[in-house]
Design a protein around this ligand. Sequence first.
Ligand SMILES: Cc1ncc(C[n+]2csc(CCOP(=O)(O)OP(=O)(O)O)c2C)c(N)n1
Length: 723
Amino acid sequence: MASKVMQNELAVTAEKSYEGLVPQQLLDIYRLMYLSRRIDDREVLLKRQQKIYFQISCAGHEALLLAAAANLRSGYDWFFPYYRDRALCLALGVTPEAMLLQSVGAAADPASGGRQMPSHWGSRPHNIFTTSSPTGTQFLQAVGCAEAGRYFNQHPAADAKVSGDYREFKDVQHHPDEITYVSSGEGTTSQGEFWESLNTASIRKLPVLYVIEDNGYAISVPVRFQTPGGNVSRLVANFPNFHFEECDGTDLLESFAAMRRAVEYIRSGNGPALVHGHVIRPYSHSLSDDEKLYRPESERKQDAERDPIARLNRFLIAEGILDAAAVQKLHREVDAEVQAAADAALDAAYPETSSYALHVYSEHLKPTAKPFDSPALFEGVDRTMADQINKCLRDELQRDERVVIFGEDVADCSEIVYLEDKKVKGKGGVFKLTSGLQRTFGPERVFNSPLAEANIVGRAVGMAVRGLKPVVEIQFFDYIWPAMHQLRNELPLIRWRSNDTFSCPAVVRVAIGGYLTGGAVYHSQCGESIFTHTPGMHVVFPSNALDAAGLLRTAIRCDDPVLFLEHKRLYREPFGRAPYPGPEYMIPFGKARIWKEGSDVTVVTYGATVPRALQAAQRLERERGIDVEVLDLRTLNPYDFEAIAASVSKTSRVLIVHEDMLSWGYGAEIAARIASELFDKLDAPVSRLAAKDTFVAYQPLLEDVILPQTDDIFAAIQKLSAY
Ligand SMILES: Cc1ncc(C[n+]2csc(CCOP(=O)(O)OP(=O)(O)O)c2C)c(N)n1
């Protein structure tokens, strides 16, 4: 239940009102402000008593947040708050007990089941998205959320629940005039993702309400050393389509009026708004910080005079809405409520220690399971990997209206009239993998992103959380790094950190790898082990056209995030072409493929080293009579250790080959596991062959020596078999 200050419960009365707020609403707001502060105070006490382990407060921000809440709708609008938004969450309907359950790390903590710090909000019924700690990652997600709402409003049939794929587990709701709220402190506006989000909110005129809670400090850094000119409002003022408000965020009525204008602007479909509220931070940044180290007493005194609770208290008394006795009574009631909530939280059970492993991936729909094993029904002539991926995307766009595709240059042509007037043929990706998809499915489903990788992944997160299936493209693996924050700290964590309340099954397709003759340092990178070292995300790396089709379909239909690595050199290689396997062909994750059976040596590999290993194996058999088994992992997380074990048990010799550099590479983990679990099966040391520990050079002679070649594999197998 949302609190009474929420807009959907406002009553129209003839009473005296203040900026549209009647006395009872002001009282409700005052109560929530005081409640929020008292929960902070209780947490401070509990932290000092070592009953909780962290505290960060909302203190000083309450008026601005309740002004926002009073204009928004719980369970209708969407919320991407940051850690200071306690007062907002209380107004949306999160209870004090729910908050304190998180503070103690209780199993019953509804936001995270004891997995996240206090003030890391999250509530499905109230549309409060799971909050994380990195500053600024919420902005692009909020933009994606707003885009998803718009998409579902424009494609209402897409919201239907369908069993058999990820849609079975997504309850989609959307409202024509919904708003997505997103907030942060002023320091966080220094993050690039903030600006990337303004870009898209502005270009697409999205219904996003930005609230910047400017308390003048980012931990110890004052705003004028953080923001040029010391005022973010001046910097953002030229973004088109936005409505801007700047207000004293400690003044409830001024804040309320600013929020009302902003919300009216957004709900009327004009575009986004940004409300910049000047607030105070009466407590230190967190309980781990002591602001006396960098703020003089005089400054802190000045802040105290603007305390929003004291200000509203004085106002209510001056207006005769409250008197001293009523204040005392209200405070006593709130104190009792906080006491009861704290008692309940302190009595609550802790999570079972074995529960840590739950919800890293979906437990309901496993991409390793039988439903994702469906046979090929071949049709037509052999096709390349590029063709098969394009066809699979086309099939899935056709089958499932929730699939949307975006990335850099993936559309046929952003200027649609050029396409319609047949003035241009259309591009469809720098490798043409998405060619013709915009033409068939339209610009709402297949479109270009700005040249900004975090923008692509961050928006995909927001969309997937709402139930869309974004299948996004990162043009080159070498340029995935701007999206790293989203890929490492957000996308794969959402299910786990929210204790299975939210999930984010987006697919990120990435063109990867070298062997390009001239690809050089910035168009040849691998680096898959960085992502297999991140729990919560499947990593797929097909070596051939048929596997690419079957694995991509599984990736799109499953309910987990997937990093789908497509080797550029394999896109149009004669190796591994296959006829179209039909629109239902799927390969389960975690099942290796044996390309060649053999009894003397096992080669474990994947991606572009598969054809090279096969060539080496065929030559070794011909020329040296060595019988090599070649095993293609196909998916790197999960990976098929059973198949590795079966093969190594047979051959007793194993070489792991990959294109990425050797040290700390993907093969290190496989080698370690073989050494520890299959030691007694081995007749020779576990061997590895991979790229040199350097970068990939432009000059082909250098590229050849840096990346593992067929001759190198040949030599390594020969050496191993002679051991
Ligand atoms: C990406 C990232 N860098 C650093 C931090 C550590 N950190 C947490 S809060 C914070 C300051 C945030 O300041 P501001 O945005 O002004 O918000 P405030 O806490 O003042 O409300 C910093 C540096 C972080 N959480 N995430």
